[in-house]
Design a binder for this molecule. Sequence first.
Ligand code: ACO
Length: 330
Amino acid sequence: MFKGVKILGTGSYLPEKVVTNFDLEKIVETSDEWIRTRTGIEERRISRDDEPTSEIAAKAAEEALKVAGVDAKDLDLIIVATICPDQTFPNTACHVQKRIGASPTAMCFSMEAACTGFVYALETATAMLRSGYHKKALIIGAEEMSKLVDWEDRSTCVLFGDGAGAMVLEATDDVNDCALVASSMHANGNYTDILEIPAGGTLQPITPELIESKANCLRMEGQAVFKLAVTSMVRACKKVLKDANLTIDDIKWLVPHQANMRIISAVGKGLGIETEKVFVNVNKYANTSSATVPIALDEIAKSDLVKGGDYVLTVAFGAGLTWGAALIKW
Ligand code: ACO
């Protein structure tokens, strides 16, 4: 028996330590001016060494559960979108399950779709709730990118930050009432090498030489990523609007993945949406990969910038390449 799906609450957590562009000037040869003009980033949060992804994910989750009025024991599905897992295995969702005291029988898995992870998780959880097999889901985007970057590579280390965002969803009896109105999710594995961590997996098991050459750290072809990100995100948003029979004027908020201000502006321009409707917080947190969208959604919810019935269009793009747009009726 197919079900509807409701958003019950959101939450987010940012590590306490703030690292400004000026702080980075002391670590690599860069400047606040270079970073701000190319990316819009002013500062980012960095997690402690003894603060794994599951810890910040659990803090975001606890807030979302509180807002939702849901007991962790009632969850039967937990999905954590992350490319910064606590361990290769067990999956990070199991760590979160334990930390928040969730039902010890819930289905828990991680989703590895880089910056697109949260919108992939939203689509996946929605499908699982709609099927009637699950009743209450917790989905999280949580990343500690600071632990994946090469802190001597100025072309990448200045771009990323750490953070987590969460959402609680519930299946309802009204099949026509679904928070995820339309979606368009994609991947193209022909571009696996333009944004990657080359070594550390089974493709190139880690060796001291690979560590020495920093092959276990993130590397990216920035300009190629930029172009593909803009065209793919605009196309996915247009498809979603068409499928929902809406126009960009019906959208209250565009919540794009917060990678950099130039990508965000280009996507907004490509869609013809007013600048005031494009949500931006990349200046405060930099690129937190799969966490940017749920953190932004939580900030919108907390500041009462959205009310029931408003349309919020989210869109993300990341390594894989993966990308996707998800239209939410709040
Ligand atoms: N500080 C100062 N100079 C720098 C820095 C830095 N942090 N990083 C690079 N430079 C220098 C380069 O060495 C180069 O110098 P050179 O001309 O003497 O060789 C010069 O700046 C230009 O380098 P480019 O890489 O060509 O810089 P570009 O103008 O392309 O900007 C950027 C780089 C901001 C990364 C851009 O390519 C971009 O926005 N890419 C999008 C990718 C992105 O944001 N990815 C995030 C992850 S993917 C995702 O989430 C969608």
